[in-house]
Write a protein that binds this ligand. Structure first.
Ligand code: SF4
Ligand code: SF4
Length: 104
């Protein structure tokens, strides 16, 4: 499992770099972000939750039942949309209210 960062969408905010537990993400010379060793990513999805630019794509490999699907997020106020794009182009979305998710 791994992620890909679209440098054209990345604003360079650095939020993903702050939360990656493996310190895998680094600033580039252009002020954006890339991943040092994609194979070292263990798929915690912390970076996806932080990216408000829709710049990070996560590969849902066959070993996770994803069969090559791609996952990205979209933020809308307190809502966090988790969007899975299947190989055939079909999308499925799960929406989480971040305030409710943290209430217990
Ligand atoms: S998914 Fe987790 S381990 Fe992988 S790059 Fe993002 S924050 Fe780091
Ligand atoms: S959180 Fe998104 S926009 Fe911000 S540095 Fe990371 S990839 Fe770029």
């Amino acid at each position: 499992m791994s992620i890909r960062i679209d440098s054209h969408k990345c604003s360079g905010c650095g939020k993903c770099r702050e939360v990656c537990p493996g310190s895998l993400l680094r600033a580039t010379d252009s002020g954006r972000t890339d991943i040092r060793e994609p194979k070292d990513c263990w798929g915690c999805t912390s970076c996806l939750k932080e990216c408000s630019c829709n710049a990070i794509t996560y590969y849902l490999g066959a070993d996770m039942g994803g069969r090559g699907s791609l996952l990205h997020t979209r933020q809308e106020g307190n809502l966090l949309h988790w969007i899975v794009t299947e190989p055939n182009g079909r999308e499925k979305t799960i929406t989480v209210d971040k305030k409710q998710a943290n209430a217990y």
